[in-house]
Design a protein around this ligand. Structure first.
Ligand SMILES: Cc1cc2nc3c(=O)[nH]c(=O)nc-3n(C[C@H](O)[C@H](O)[C@H](O)COP(=O)(O)OP(=O)(O)OC[C@H]3O[C@@H](n4cnc5c(N)ncnc54)[C@H](O)[C@@H]3O)c2cc1C
Length: 447
């Protein structure tokens, strides 16, 4: 049995290891299109801060890990999949035949169609190669403008701030982290960042990026330049034009404007794709024997009954594990696609769980203490908490997750929470006990 895995990120690596564990005699080929050993993008912020070296981002530390497990690493980018012939073609002309195929190609950053995006000094922050370019420019005191203040954008911001740069953030949405936080929470995060010295522009688009040359100005400057005095190389920088009419000077522009599943090569393959590669609860696509996992997959979430692309690493890891078990003939189901985001924005902790925006016909309870930097927003459908947001509220993270993921029926506690959202722990202990949701509460009480 030959298993071919496309993509050597966390999903690809975990799938390869799981297959090896359960099918010692099978052949495993792991195809990767990046020059480095498999690494974790999640570790890039730690590299930017200087907490780890590049080797610290590698998913597995032993140089012989993959050969020890008889996982053949093949460099190349998949360009087509032939589901009839059951082959994959790579950009280097190689063709690989497979019995089982896993698509684990992750996502790639969206490149906004802005004039000047190709200018030197404009980078996404997605790969180790990007991180190297960013580190070369983000020196203490450098002027850095970041486009996008979503989940990943805020993580990058934290790392940039630690590098001592002068930071501006431009977000098209009306608030920071708009796809994770409601207006009050987003506003609190913005106020916090501004207090920390970050210039935040929300409801603002970058309209153009121009390369600036500091030509000598004024008659004295021009004369000095003509006489060969001063630097012969005019200092360069970037001039970023914003929709509000402002211009921001920058040495580095980072584009963090969202990601899309890297599945363009599946066009015309017959594998059904929506936003991501559509999979069932076994992570199998519409083509038997072909699976998808991780950022590129649109996975079936039993909890909500919907398919979801959820570009976070815990989901990539779990989907890879479930897909791999099914690939070796062990039936396994994906229980759910965790919709959790816990964010540390320059020291301010915020969370979002499940349907944090609420659902049709639902009810909503909110508590805000702006001065104390605390906010809780709970969303209910009948007596179940279907989602929530919090800012500065770290003590009940396990309970929030338990209530939302466990779809715990709160009974009378729902009304009590509507009046006092802080009673989350009491509600959890009273309601979850009889519904097999004990573990999270017990963990929380131990903390
Ligand atoms: C800066 C940053 C911080 C992050 N922080 C967090 C965090 O705190 N928490 C969290 O949960 N998540 C975080 N993430 C997201 C997390 O990194 C992803 O969810 C995770 O990498 C998904 O793993 P994956 O294996 O599905 O995809 P990837 O890690 O993207 O791996 C896919 C691999 O496939 C390769 N590939 C693509 N197309 C092809 C092709 N056609 N042929 C062959 N190979 C191909 C890609 O180049 C890549 O090497 C962060 C991401 C970034 C960039």
């Amino acid at each position: 049995m030959h298993h071919v895995i496309l993509g050597a990120g966390p999903a690809g690596v975990i799938a390869a290891e799981t297959i090896r564990k359960h099918a010692p005699a099978d052949t495993i080929t792991l195809v990767g299109d990046e020059a480095e050993p498999p690494y974790s993008r999640m570790a890039i912020p730690y590299l930017l801060i200087g907490n780890v070296k590049e080797t610290g981002t590698y998913l597995r530390k032993s140089l012989t890990h993959y050969t020890d497990l008889r996982i053949d690493q093949v460099p190349g980018r998949a360009t087509t999949v032939d589901t009839q012939a059951r082959t994959v073609t790579l950009d280097n002309g190689k063709t690989l035949a497979f019995d089982k195929l896993l698509i684990a190609t992750g996502s790639h950053p969206v490149r906004p169609p802005i004039p000047g995006m190709d200018s030197p000094g404009v980078h996404p922050c997605w790969t180790l190669e990007d991180a190297r370019a960013i580190m070369a420019l983000a020196k203490p005191g450098a002027r850095v403008l970041q486009m996008g203040a979503g989940f990943i954008g805020c993580i990058i911001m934290e790392a940039l701030a630690a590098r001592g740069v002068e930071l501006s953030v431009v977000e098209m949405g009306d608030r920071m982290v708009p796809r994770m936080m409601g207006p009050t929470a987003g506003g609190m995060i913005r106020d916090w960042c501004e207090k920390k010295g970050v210039k935040v522009f929300t409801g603002t688009k970058v309209e153009a990026i121009e390369v600036a040359t500091n030509e000598p100005s004024g008659i004295v400057g021009k004369l000095a330049s003509a006489m060969g005095l001063g630097s012969s190389e005019p200092a360069k920088g970037l001039r970023v034009k914003l929709s509000g009419g402002q211009t921001v000077e920058a040495d580095l522009v980072i584009s963090a404007t969202g990601v899309r599943p890297a599945i363009g090569f599946l066009k015309d393959s017959g594998i059904t794709c929506l936003v991501g590669v559509l999979t069932d609860e076994h992570l199998q696509t519409n083509v038997p024997g072909i699976y998808a996992a991780g950022d590129c997959a649109e996975a079936f979430d039993k909890v909500s009954g919907k398919t979801i692309v959820s570009a976070i690493q815990p989901n990539a890891a779990e989907q890879a594990r479930v897909a791999a078990l099914n690939m070796v003939g062990q039936k396994a189901d994906l229980k759910g696609v965790t919709q959790i985001n816990v964010l540390d924005t320059l020291g301010l902790i915020s969370t979002s769980f499940g349907n944090w925006e609420g659902v049709a016909g639902g009810e909503h309870a909110e508590l805000t203490d702006k001065a104390g930097g605390r906010h809780l927003s709970l969303q209910f459908k009948d007596d179940v908490m279907v989602g929530c947001n919090s800012v500065g509220w770290t003590e009940h993270v396990g309970v929030m997750r338990g209530l939302v993921e466990g779809q715990v029926k709160l009974g009378e506690w729902k009304e009590r929470l509507m009046h006092d959202p802080t009673k989350l722990m009491d509600a959890y202990l009273a309601s979850a006990q009889g519904q097999g949701q004990w573990a999270g509460a017990a963990d929380e009480r131990r903390r």
